[in-house]
Design a protein around this ligand. Structure first.
Ligand code: NAD
Ligand code: UFG
Length: 336
């Protein structure tokens, strides 16, 4: 029996492959390389010392998926594959709905045909929308998302919940990630964004290495301790370990369950800049810029449900996140 990892060549997927292999699971990986490179999985094999089957396949390709399910006995799917750039999704909504929502429906149809009815899904704290106060709890209302990317996550959560109602054999664990950053401690795998990064941590590390001149801090007039936006940054290796726990939970508990994966602690933009500078001894020049449209002041998790159901809590702190990001950046200045 094996676990199928869609999008397993990407940032969170590649780290999760390592943790699954270390925990003794057999995996099968698929990716269409839209936002990743084969080198990532070569390094996963190098780090884990294990081999596993890989398929270059799109989740919208039902025939391609059928071949994978025919060739392997898949007991659960961890579904990372998707497009994730918020700004791009505003420009290309149809591409986002087709890839993320359409692709997930095709995948679920093929899973059902194959009798595999367990999915761990990469959702996002973005489903909590703009109006819930932090700490965010799974019992709070979702929706009110402000962009097509976020809407795809909200819609897929709903599809999975409806599926679990329709057939009690289905299991769906909806993992709501907060802000994943950091890299594997080896410095061999990490986040490899295309072009100029949209997210804070890859931007900081590219400023630190001199690829970008300075960071723009988007707003310093929020109602937070220093005026800059507060987020719940979580080390990608902790996040990956959360997936191992989640898929093991899914083997035993049918039904749909939304679970936050965050640390429960918020750091501001300037907290993160200062931590990065202090831990790594490198300057990160920045300027204060206007607020970015769609941003909220504060977003952090109540992670108690993950502790209760999965016996999972984040173990690595913001210094580990900064140190590991910098090691990856220095060792791989041009990514994979
Ligand atoms: P990523 O882009 O590094 O990984 C996604 C992978 O999916 C890539 O390797 C890409 O090539 C692949 N992919 C995309 N569309 C595909 C398709 N149609 N068929 C097959 N493969 C396809 O992104 P990531 O940061 O590792 O994110 C993984 C998942 O977690 C995504 O669904 C993302 O939306 C979600 N998520 C990420 C964050 C974050 O901040 N990184 C936050 C919340 C949720
Ligand atoms: N920020 C800057 N300058 C930058 C980039 C970001 O000041 O160059 C600030 C933002 O304003 C925000 C914080 O840094 O206050 C974090 O921004 P990110 O873009 O890194 O992350 P977001 O919280 O905006 O978004 C992330 C993911 C989304 C996901 C969301 C869920 O990128 O995919 O978390 O809460 F939907």
């Amino acid at each position: 029996m094996a676990i199928l990892i869609t999008g397993g060549c990407g940032y969170i997927g590649s780290h999760t492959c390592i943790e699954l292999l270390d925990a003794g699971h057999d995996i099968v990986v698929l990716d269409n390389y839209y936002n990743s490179k084969p080198e990532a999985l070569r390094r996963v094999k190098e780090l884990s010392g294990k081999e596993f089957p890989f398929y270059e396949c799109d989740i919208r390709d039902a025939e391609g998926l059928r071949k994978i399910f025919a060739a392997h006995s898949i007991e659960a799917v961890i579904h990372f594959a998707g497009l994730k750039a918020v700004g791009e999704s505003v420009q290309k909504p149809l591409e986002y709905f087709d890839n993320n929502v359409g692709g997930t429906i095709t995948l679920l149809e093929v899973m059902r045909e194959a009798g595999c009815k367990r999915m761990v899904f990469s959702s996002s704290a973005t489903v909590y929308g703009m109006n819930n106060p932090s700490p965010l709890k799974e019992t709070m209302p979702t929706g009110g998302v402000t962009n097509p990317y976020g809407r795809t996550k909200f819609m897929i959560e709903g599809i999975l919940e409806d599926l679990c109602v329709s057939d009690p054999e289905w299991t769906a664990v909806l993992l709501r990630y907060f802000n994943p950053i950091g890299a594997h401690a080896s410095g061999r795998i990490g986040e490899d964004p295309n072009g100029i990064p949209n997210n804070l941590m890859p931007y900081i590390s590219q400023v630190a290495i001199g690829k970008l001149q300075k960071l723009s801090v988007f707003g310093n007039d929020y109602d937070t301790h220093d005026g800059t936006g507060v987020r719940d940054y979580i080390h990608v290796v902790d996040l990956a370990k959360g997936h191992v726990k989640a898929v093991e939970y899914a083997m035993k508990h049918p039904g749909a369950e939304a679970i936050n994966l965050g640390t429960g602690t918020g750091y501001s933009v300037l907290d993160l800049v200062n931590a990065f500078q202090n831990v790594n001894g490198v300057p990160v020049p920045y300027v204060i810029a206007p607020r970015r449209a769609g941003d909220i002041a504060t977003c952090y998790a109540d992670p108690s449900k993950a502790k209760e159901l999965l016996n999972w809590t984040a173990e690595l702190d913001v210094n580990d996140m900064c140190r590991d990001t910098w090691r990856w950046q220095k060792q791989n200045p041009n990514g994979f």
